[in-house]
Design a binder for this molecule. Structure first.
Ligand SMILES: Cc1cc2nc3c(=O)[nH]c(=O)nc-3n(C[C@H](O)[C@H](O)[C@H](O)COP(=O)(O)O)c2cc1C
Length: 445
Protein backbone atom coordinates (compact mmCIF):
# COMPACT_ATOMS: atom_id res chain seq x y z
CA UNK A 1 0.00 0.00 0.00
CA UNK A 2 1.19 3.52 -0.71
CA UNK A 3 2.24 5.63 2.24
CA UNK A 4 -0.84 7.10 3.94
CA UNK A 5 -1.48 10.28 5.90
CA UNK A 6 -2.39 10.26 9.59
CA UNK A 7 -4.80 12.70 11.22
CA UNK A 8 -5.09 13.40 14.91
CA UNK A 9 -7.78 15.76 16.15
CA UNK A 10 -6.22 18.12 18.70
CA UNK A 11 -9.46 18.97 20.45
CA UNK A 12 -9.88 22.31 22.17
CA UNK A 13 -13.47 22.48 23.40
CA UNK A 14 -14.68 25.43 21.30
CA UNK A 15 -11.79 25.61 18.85
CA UNK A 16 -8.14 26.63 18.77
CA UNK A 17 -8.52 30.33 18.09
CA UNK A 18 -8.69 32.27 21.33
CA UNK A 19 -11.80 34.10 20.08
CA UNK A 20 -13.58 30.86 19.05
CA UNK A 21 -15.60 30.50 22.22
CA UNK A 22 -17.55 33.67 21.31
CA UNK A 23 -18.00 32.90 17.62
CA UNK A 24 -21.58 32.11 16.55
CA UNK A 25 -20.40 28.90 14.83
CA UNK A 26 -18.74 27.36 17.88
CA UNK A 27 -20.52 24.82 20.04
CA UNK A 28 -22.66 26.28 22.81
CA UNK A 29 -22.12 23.30 25.05
CA UNK A 30 -20.44 23.81 28.41
CA UNK A 31 -16.77 22.82 28.60
CA UNK A 32 -17.75 20.22 31.18
CA UNK A 33 -20.45 18.66 28.99
CA UNK A 34 -19.40 15.19 27.82
CA UNK A 35 -21.56 15.57 24.71
CA UNK A 36 -19.29 18.34 23.43
CA UNK A 37 -16.37 15.90 23.28
CA UNK A 38 -18.50 13.00 21.99
CA UNK A 39 -19.80 15.12 19.11
CA UNK A 40 -16.33 16.21 18.03
CA UNK A 41 -14.79 12.74 18.45
CA UNK A 42 -17.57 11.22 16.38
CA UNK A 43 -17.05 13.70 13.54
CA UNK A 44 -13.36 12.74 13.55
CA UNK A 45 -14.20 9.05 13.78
CA UNK A 46 -16.67 9.22 10.89
CA UNK A 47 -13.82 10.71 8.81
CA UNK A 48 -11.54 7.83 10.00
CA UNK A 49 -9.07 10.02 11.88
CA UNK A 50 -6.37 8.07 13.70
CA UNK A 51 -7.04 9.68 17.06
CA UNK A 52 -8.48 12.44 19.18
CA UNK A 53 -6.15 14.16 21.64
CA UNK A 54 -6.66 16.12 24.86
CA UNK A 55 -3.97 18.45 26.19
CA UNK A 56 -3.47 19.23 29.88
CA UNK A 57 -1.33 21.78 31.69
CA UNK A 58 -2.00 21.23 35.42
CA UNK A 59 -2.58 24.94 36.02
CA UNK A 60 -5.69 27.09 36.23
CA UNK A 61 -6.26 29.53 33.38
CA UNK A 62 -4.51 32.87 33.80
CA UNK A 63 -6.02 35.06 31.13
CA UNK A 64 -8.15 37.54 33.02
CA UNK A 65 -11.23 35.42 32.39
CA UNK A 66 -11.26 36.41 28.71
CA UNK A 67 -10.94 32.92 27.18
CA UNK A 68 -13.10 29.83 27.61
CA UNK A 69 -10.67 27.50 29.34
CA UNK A 70 -10.38 25.18 32.29
CA UNK A 71 -12.01 21.89 31.55
CA UNK A 72 -11.69 18.28 32.53
CA UNK A 73 -8.95 15.82 33.42
CA UNK A 74 -8.00 13.83 30.29
CA UNK A 75 -7.94 10.21 31.56
CA UNK A 76 -11.38 10.53 33.09
CA UNK A 77 -12.78 12.18 29.99
CA UNK A 78 -11.14 9.68 27.62
CA UNK A 79 -12.55 6.80 29.65
CA UNK A 80 -16.03 8.19 29.02
CA UNK A 81 -15.18 8.73 25.33
CA UNK A 82 -14.00 5.11 25.10
CA UNK A 83 -17.57 4.03 25.80
CA UNK A 84 -19.06 6.43 23.23
CA UNK A 85 -16.72 5.78 20.28
CA UNK A 86 -15.64 2.56 18.55
CA UNK A 87 -12.45 2.86 16.56
CA UNK A 88 -10.76 6.21 16.97
CA UNK A 89 -7.58 6.37 19.08
CA UNK A 90 -7.74 8.24 22.40
CA UNK A 91 -4.64 10.23 23.34
CA UNK A 92 -4.36 11.78 26.78
CA UNK A 93 -1.70 14.04 28.26
CA UNK A 94 -0.03 13.11 31.51
CA UNK A 95 2.98 14.67 33.20
CA UNK A 96 6.22 12.88 34.06
CA UNK A 97 7.10 15.61 36.57
CA UNK A 98 3.94 15.68 38.62
CA UNK A 99 2.59 12.11 38.58
CA UNK A 100 3.69 8.81 40.08
CA UNK A 101 4.63 5.92 37.79
CA UNK A 102 2.56 3.24 39.53
CA UNK A 103 -0.68 5.26 39.51
CA UNK A 104 -0.05 6.41 35.97
CA UNK A 105 0.69 2.89 34.69
CA UNK A 106 -2.56 1.57 36.19
CA UNK A 107 -4.65 4.39 34.73
CA UNK A 108 -3.34 4.14 31.18
CA UNK A 109 -3.37 0.33 31.14
CA UNK A 110 -7.01 0.54 32.28
CA UNK A 111 -7.84 3.04 29.53
CA UNK A 112 -6.24 0.73 26.98
CA UNK A 113 -8.40 -2.17 28.25
CA UNK A 114 -11.59 -0.09 28.36
CA UNK A 115 -11.07 1.16 24.81
CA UNK A 116 -9.97 -2.16 23.29
CA UNK A 117 -6.44 -0.91 22.57
CA UNK A 118 -7.01 2.69 21.55
CA UNK A 119 -5.00 4.51 24.22
CA UNK A 120 -2.09 6.86 23.57
CA UNK A 121 -0.08 8.84 26.11
CA UNK A 122 1.14 12.34 25.30
CA UNK A 123 4.24 12.36 27.49
CA UNK A 124 4.84 15.86 28.80
CA UNK A 125 7.24 17.30 31.34
CA UNK A 126 4.81 20.20 32.08
CA UNK A 127 6.30 23.49 30.99
CA UNK A 128 3.90 25.77 32.88
CA UNK A 129 5.85 27.34 35.76
CA UNK A 130 2.93 27.35 38.24
CA UNK A 131 2.46 23.58 38.01
CA UNK A 132 5.15 23.00 40.67
CA UNK A 133 3.29 25.18 43.15
CA UNK A 134 0.15 23.09 42.65
CA UNK A 135 2.13 20.02 43.64
CA UNK A 136 3.72 21.44 46.76
CA UNK A 137 7.10 22.33 45.27
CA UNK A 138 8.62 25.66 46.26
CA UNK A 139 9.95 26.36 42.79
CA UNK A 140 9.23 24.94 39.39
CA UNK A 141 11.48 22.18 38.10
CA UNK A 142 14.04 23.40 35.50
CA UNK A 143 13.96 22.36 31.84
CA UNK A 144 16.94 19.97 31.86
CA UNK A 145 15.89 18.35 35.13
CA UNK A 146 12.40 17.79 33.79
CA UNK A 147 13.74 15.73 30.88
CA UNK A 148 16.09 13.71 33.16
CA UNK A 149 13.11 12.97 35.41
CA UNK A 150 11.01 12.09 32.35
CA UNK A 151 13.54 9.46 31.21
CA UNK A 152 13.23 7.74 34.55
CA UNK A 153 9.45 8.04 34.64
CA UNK A 154 9.05 6.35 31.27
CA UNK A 155 11.60 3.65 32.10
CA UNK A 156 9.63 2.94 35.29
CA UNK A 157 6.17 2.75 33.70
CA UNK A 158 7.54 0.82 30.74
CA UNK A 159 8.92 -1.77 33.16
CA UNK A 160 5.61 -1.86 35.05
CA UNK A 161 3.67 -2.41 31.84
CA UNK A 162 5.83 -5.47 31.13
CA UNK A 163 5.53 -6.88 34.64
CA UNK A 164 2.09 -8.53 34.45
CA UNK A 165 1.62 -10.13 31.01
CA UNK A 166 -2.02 -10.96 30.31
CA UNK A 167 -0.90 -14.50 29.32
CA UNK A 168 -0.47 -15.08 33.04
CA UNK A 169 -4.26 -15.15 33.41
CA UNK A 170 -5.59 -18.69 33.00
CA UNK A 171 -8.99 -18.10 34.61
CA UNK A 172 -9.40 -21.84 34.87
CA UNK A 173 -12.45 -22.73 36.92
CA UNK A 174 -11.74 -26.47 36.65
CA UNK A 175 -8.23 -26.40 38.08
CA UNK A 176 -8.80 -23.46 40.37
CA UNK A 177 -5.77 -21.69 38.89
CA UNK A 178 -6.65 -18.10 38.04
CA UNK A 179 -3.10 -16.89 37.45
CA UNK A 180 0.28 -18.36 36.69
CA UNK A 181 2.35 -16.35 39.19
CA UNK A 182 5.61 -17.48 37.60
CA UNK A 183 4.89 -15.23 34.61
CA UNK A 184 4.44 -12.15 36.77
CA UNK A 185 7.70 -10.45 37.66
CA UNK A 186 8.50 -7.36 39.70
CA UNK A 187 9.65 -4.27 37.82
CA UNK A 188 12.32 -3.46 40.44
CA UNK A 189 12.96 0.00 39.04
CA UNK A 190 15.42 2.03 41.10
CA UNK A 191 16.11 5.47 39.73
CA UNK A 192 17.30 8.69 41.32
CA UNK A 193 13.88 10.29 41.09
CA UNK A 194 11.51 7.34 40.95
CA UNK A 195 11.49 3.89 42.47
CA UNK A 196 8.85 1.26 42.01
CA UNK A 197 8.91 -2.40 42.82
CA UNK A 198 5.88 -3.72 40.97
CA UNK A 199 4.51 -5.85 39.53
CA UNK A 200 1.57 -3.83 38.30
CA UNK A 201 -1.87 -4.96 39.43
CA UNK A 202 -3.42 -4.42 35.98
CA UNK A 203 -2.61 -7.05 33.33
CA UNK A 204 -0.92 -5.95 30.11
CA UNK A 205 -3.37 -4.22 27.83
CA UNK A 206 -4.48 -4.92 24.25
CA UNK A 207 -1.64 -2.85 22.78
CA UNK A 208 0.87 -4.13 25.33
CA UNK A 209 1.01 -0.58 26.57
CA UNK A 210 -0.37 2.72 25.27
CA UNK A 211 1.28 4.33 22.24
CA UNK A 212 3.96 6.85 23.26
CA UNK A 213 3.48 10.35 21.90
CA UNK A 214 5.76 13.28 22.68
CA UNK A 215 6.06 16.92 21.73
CA UNK A 216 9.40 18.24 22.96
CA UNK A 217 11.31 20.30 20.43
CA UNK A 218 14.41 21.53 22.26
CA UNK A 219 17.60 19.50 21.95
CA UNK A 220 16.72 17.45 25.05
CA UNK A 221 13.12 17.15 23.86
CA UNK A 222 14.21 15.76 20.51
CA UNK A 223 16.62 13.30 22.13
CA UNK A 224 13.84 12.10 24.39
CA UNK A 225 11.43 11.75 21.46
CA UNK A 226 13.99 9.85 19.40
CA UNK A 227 14.34 7.28 22.16
CA UNK A 228 10.71 6.86 23.15
CA UNK A 229 8.16 8.49 20.87
CA UNK A 230 6.09 6.51 18.40
CA UNK A 231 4.31 9.70 17.31
CA UNK A 232 5.47 13.29 17.68
CA UNK A 233 3.34 16.40 17.90
CA UNK A 234 5.23 19.44 16.72
CA UNK A 235 4.59 23.14 16.13
CA UNK A 236 5.98 24.96 13.07
CA UNK A 237 5.12 28.26 11.48
CA UNK A 238 6.33 27.14 8.06
CA UNK A 239 7.37 24.12 6.01
CA UNK A 240 11.14 24.70 6.16
CA UNK A 241 11.48 24.29 9.94
CA UNK A 242 9.05 21.35 9.80
CA UNK A 243 11.32 19.65 7.23
CA UNK A 244 14.47 20.13 9.25
CA UNK A 245 12.71 18.95 12.43
CA UNK A 246 11.35 15.90 10.58
CA UNK A 247 14.73 14.80 9.25
CA UNK A 248 16.48 15.56 12.55
CA UNK A 249 14.20 13.42 14.76
CA UNK A 250 14.18 10.55 12.28
CA UNK A 251 17.99 10.66 12.13
CA UNK A 252 18.20 10.71 15.91
CA UNK A 253 15.81 7.74 16.12
CA UNK A 254 18.14 5.74 13.86
CA UNK A 255 20.85 6.48 16.44
CA UNK A 256 18.74 4.50 18.91
CA UNK A 257 18.56 1.51 16.57
CA UNK A 258 15.08 2.44 15.40
CA UNK A 259 13.75 2.78 11.86
CA UNK A 260 12.63 6.21 10.58
CA UNK A 261 9.11 4.85 10.05
CA UNK A 262 8.88 3.86 13.73
CA UNK A 263 7.99 7.50 14.47
CA UNK A 264 4.98 9.27 13.00
CA UNK A 265 5.66 13.02 12.82
CA UNK A 266 2.55 15.19 13.10
CA UNK A 267 2.95 18.98 12.81
CA UNK A 268 -0.07 21.07 13.75
CA UNK A 269 -2.27 22.68 11.13
CA UNK A 270 -5.00 25.14 11.97
CA UNK A 271 -6.94 25.72 8.78
CA UNK A 272 -9.67 28.26 8.11
CA UNK A 273 -11.58 26.75 5.22
CA UNK A 274 -14.14 28.46 3.01
CA UNK A 275 -15.73 27.95 -0.37
CA UNK A 276 -13.49 30.80 -1.61
CA UNK A 277 -10.18 32.13 -0.28
CA UNK A 278 -12.01 35.32 0.64
CA UNK A 279 -14.58 33.42 2.70
CA UNK A 280 -11.78 31.52 4.46
CA UNK A 281 -9.95 34.78 5.21
CA UNK A 282 -13.15 36.13 6.71
CA UNK A 283 -13.16 33.32 9.26
CA UNK A 284 -9.87 34.64 10.69
CA UNK A 285 -11.11 38.22 10.58
CA UNK A 286 -14.26 37.32 12.50
CA UNK A 287 -12.23 35.41 15.06
CA UNK A 288 -9.59 38.14 15.43
CA UNK A 289 -12.34 40.64 16.15
CA UNK A 290 -13.41 38.52 19.13
CA UNK A 291 -10.12 38.56 20.97
CA UNK A 292 -7.90 41.17 22.61
CA UNK A 293 -4.14 41.75 23.09
CA UNK A 294 -4.58 41.18 26.83
CA UNK A 295 -5.20 37.46 26.21
CA UNK A 296 -2.17 37.12 23.98
CA UNK A 297 0.02 38.98 26.48
CA UNK A 298 -0.89 36.51 29.23
CA UNK A 299 -0.11 33.59 26.94
CA UNK A 300 3.19 35.09 25.77
CA UNK A 301 4.22 35.75 29.33
CA UNK A 302 3.48 32.14 30.34
CA UNK A 303 5.61 30.72 27.51
CA UNK A 304 8.53 32.84 28.72
CA UNK A 305 8.10 31.64 32.31
CA UNK A 306 6.16 34.70 33.53
CA UNK A 307 8.14 37.52 31.85
CA UNK A 308 6.18 40.79 31.77
CA UNK A 309 5.71 42.19 28.23
CA UNK A 310 3.03 44.71 29.19
CA UNK A 311 5.44 47.72 29.18
CA UNK A 312 6.11 47.35 25.44
CA UNK A 313 3.98 49.64 23.22
CA UNK A 314 1.67 47.49 21.13
CA UNK A 315 2.45 49.25 17.85
CA UNK A 316 6.26 49.49 18.01
CA UNK A 317 8.35 47.03 15.99
CA UNK A 318 9.87 44.45 18.34
CA UNK A 319 13.62 44.10 18.84
CA UNK A 320 15.68 41.24 20.32
CA UNK A 321 16.07 43.27 23.49
CA UNK A 322 12.31 43.11 24.10
CA UNK A 323 12.59 39.38 24.86
CA UNK A 324 14.45 37.45 27.53
CA UNK A 325 17.11 35.16 26.00
CA UNK A 326 14.97 32.19 24.88
CA UNK A 327 17.82 29.72 25.42
CA UNK A 328 17.64 30.58 29.13
CA UNK A 329 13.87 30.11 29.34
CA UNK A 330 12.96 27.23 31.63
CA UNK A 331 9.31 27.06 30.55
CA UNK A 332 8.67 26.38 26.88
CA UNK A 333 12.17 26.74 25.41
CA UNK A 334 11.48 25.83 21.80
CA UNK A 335 8.22 27.77 21.54
CA UNK A 336 9.89 30.86 23.05
CA UNK A 337 12.70 30.60 20.47
CA UNK A 338 10.15 30.26 17.66
CA UNK A 339 8.28 33.37 18.80
CA UNK A 340 11.44 35.53 18.91
CA UNK A 341 12.52 34.28 15.47
CA UNK A 342 9.09 35.02 14.01
CA UNK A 343 8.91 38.55 15.44
CA UNK A 344 12.39 39.50 14.22
CA UNK A 345 12.14 37.82 10.82
CA UNK A 346 8.83 39.46 9.97
CA UNK A 347 9.53 42.78 11.68
CA UNK A 348 6.37 42.48 13.77
CA UNK A 349 4.97 44.85 16.33
CA UNK A 350 3.80 43.35 19.61
CA UNK A 351 0.21 43.64 18.38
CA UNK A 352 1.18 41.88 15.14
CA UNK A 353 2.93 39.06 17.00
CA UNK A 354 -0.03 38.54 19.31
CA UNK A 355 -2.35 38.43 16.32
CA UNK A 356 -0.16 35.80 14.61
CA UNK A 357 -0.28 33.65 17.73
CA UNK A 358 -4.00 34.10 18.48
CA UNK A 359 -5.00 31.48 15.95
CA UNK A 360 -2.87 28.56 16.96
CA UNK A 361 -0.16 29.67 19.43
CA UNK A 362 2.73 29.12 17.03
CA UNK A 363 1.39 26.25 14.96
CA UNK A 364 1.03 26.56 11.20
CA UNK A 365 -2.14 28.32 10.11
CA UNK A 366 -3.60 27.93 6.63
CA UNK A 367 -6.34 29.74 4.78
CA UNK A 368 -8.15 28.49 1.70
CA UNK A 369 -10.65 26.30 -0.06
CA UNK A 370 -10.78 22.55 0.70
CA UNK A 371 -8.72 21.92 -2.45
CA UNK A 372 -6.06 24.45 -1.41
CA UNK A 373 -5.81 22.98 2.11
CA UNK A 374 -5.53 19.48 0.65
CA UNK A 375 -2.72 20.73 -1.61
CA UNK A 376 -0.78 22.10 1.37
CA UNK A 377 -1.22 18.84 3.28
CA UNK A 378 -0.10 16.78 0.31
CA UNK A 379 2.88 19.04 -0.28
CA UNK A 380 4.14 18.78 3.33
CA UNK A 381 3.53 15.02 3.26
CA UNK A 382 5.45 14.48 0.02
CA UNK A 383 8.38 16.79 0.78
CA UNK A 384 9.61 15.40 4.10
CA UNK A 385 7.81 17.75 6.47
CA UNK A 386 5.09 15.47 7.86
CA UNK A 387 3.68 11.94 8.09
CA UNK A 388 0.31 13.44 8.88
CA UNK A 389 -1.13 16.31 10.89
CA UNK A 390 -2.39 17.36 14.22
CA UNK A 391 -5.65 18.88 13.01
CA UNK A 392 -6.43 21.98 15.06
CA UNK A 393 -9.76 23.42 13.93
CA UNK A 394 -10.04 27.13 14.70
CA UNK A 395 -13.76 26.62 15.45
CA UNK A 396 -15.31 23.45 16.90
CA UNK A 397 -17.42 21.89 15.47
CA UNK A 398 -17.89 24.02 12.35
CA UNK A 399 -14.34 24.06 10.96
CA UNK A 400 -13.75 20.48 12.07
CA UNK A 401 -16.80 19.39 10.08
CA UNK A 402 -15.60 21.23 6.99
CA UNK A 403 -12.18 19.61 7.27
CA UNK A 404 -13.70 16.16 7.83
CA UNK A 405 -16.31 16.31 5.08
CA UNK A 406 -14.57 18.46 2.45
CA UNK A 407 -10.79 18.20 2.82
CA UNK A 408 -10.54 14.52 3.79
CA UNK A 409 -12.51 13.24 0.74
CA UNK A 410 -10.13 15.10 -1.60
CA UNK A 411 -7.14 13.42 0.03
CA UNK A 412 -8.94 10.10 -0.15
CA UNK A 413 -9.46 10.55 -3.89
CA UNK A 414 -5.73 11.18 -4.18
CA UNK A 415 -5.21 7.84 -2.44
CA UNK A 416 -3.49 9.52 0.50
CA UNK A 417 -5.91 8.73 3.33
CA UNK A 418 -7.77 5.61 4.43
CA UNK A 419 -11.41 4.98 3.50
CA UNK A 420 -11.85 2.52 6.38
CA UNK A 421 -10.05 1.62 9.57
CA UNK A 422 -8.05 -1.52 8.99
CA UNK A 423 -7.36 -2.49 12.59
CA UNK A 424 -8.93 -1.78 15.93
CA UNK A 425 -6.00 -0.25 17.82
CA UNK A 426 -4.28 3.13 17.75
CA UNK A 427 -1.02 1.25 17.11
CA UNK A 428 -2.51 -0.20 13.93
CA UNK A 429 -3.97 3.16 12.81
CA UNK A 430 -0.50 4.69 13.09
CA UNK A 431 1.01 1.69 11.29
CA UNK A 432 3.36 0.99 14.22
CA UNK A 433 5.00 -2.32 14.93
CA UNK A 434 4.08 -4.29 18.06
CA UNK A 435 5.74 -3.39 21.35
CA UNK A 436 9.30 -4.76 21.60
CA UNK A 437 9.98 -7.06 24.51
CA UNK A 438 13.05 -5.01 25.54
CA UNK A 439 13.44 -1.39 26.65
CA UNK A 440 15.11 0.93 24.10
CA UNK A 441 18.75 1.77 24.81
CA UNK A 442 19.52 4.95 26.71
CA UNK A 443 22.93 6.13 25.68
CA UNK A 444 23.06 7.13 22.01
CA UNK A 445 22.27 10.24 19.89
C1 LIG B 1 0.71 19.75 19.84
C2 LIG B 1 1.36 19.95 21.15
C3 LIG B 1 0.65 19.63 22.29
C4 LIG B 1 1.20 19.82 23.55
N1 LIG B 1 0.47 19.51 24.65
C5 LIG B 1 0.96 19.76 25.87
C6 LIG B 1 0.19 19.51 27.02
O1 LIG B 1 -0.94 19.06 26.94
N2 LIG B 1 0.74 19.80 28.23
C7 LIG B 1 2.00 20.30 28.38
O2 LIG B 1 2.44 20.53 29.50
N3 LIG B 1 2.76 20.53 27.28
C8 LIG B 1 2.26 20.29 26.05
N4 LIG B 1 3.02 20.55 24.96
C9 LIG B 1 4.36 21.13 25.15
C10 LIG B 1 5.45 20.09 24.97
O3 LIG B 1 5.26 18.99 25.80
C11 LIG B 1 6.80 20.76 25.24
O4 LIG B 1 6.89 21.17 26.56
C12 LIG B 1 6.98 21.95 24.35
O5 LIG B 1 6.81 21.56 23.01
C13 LIG B 1 8.34 22.57 24.56
O6 LIG B 1 9.31 21.64 24.27
P1 LIG B 1 10.75 21.80 24.84
O7 LIG B 1 10.57 21.86 26.33
O8 LIG B 1 11.49 20.54 24.42
O9 LIG B 1 11.24 23.05 24.27
C14 LIG B 1 2.50 20.35 23.67
C15 LIG B 1 3.22 20.66 22.52
C16 LIG B 1 2.67 20.47 21.26
C17 LIG B 1 3.47 20.79 20.05
Amino acid sequence: MTRQLHFNLFLMPRGHHEGAWRHPDSTRRALTDLELYVEAARIAEAAKFDAVFLADTLVAPNNGGLVASGAMEPITLLSALAARTDRIGLIGTASTTYSLPYTHARQFASLDHLSGGRAGWNIVTSWAPQAGLNYGLEQDVGHGDRYAIAEEFVEAVDALWRSFPSEAIHDNRETGQYLDPSLIQPANYNGKHYRTQGPLNVPSSPQGRPVYIQAGQSDSGRGFAARWAEAIFTAHLGKETAQSFYSDVKRRAVGYGRRPEDIVVLPGISAAIGSTTHEAQQVWEELDALTSPQIGLARLSARFGGHDFSGIPLDRVLTRGDFPDPTQVEASKSRATGYVDLALKEGLTLRGLLQKLAGARGHFTATGTPEQIADIIEDWFRTGAADGFNVMPPIVNKQLEVFATEVVPILRKRNLFRTEYEGGTLRSHFGLKPVEPKLPLADTA
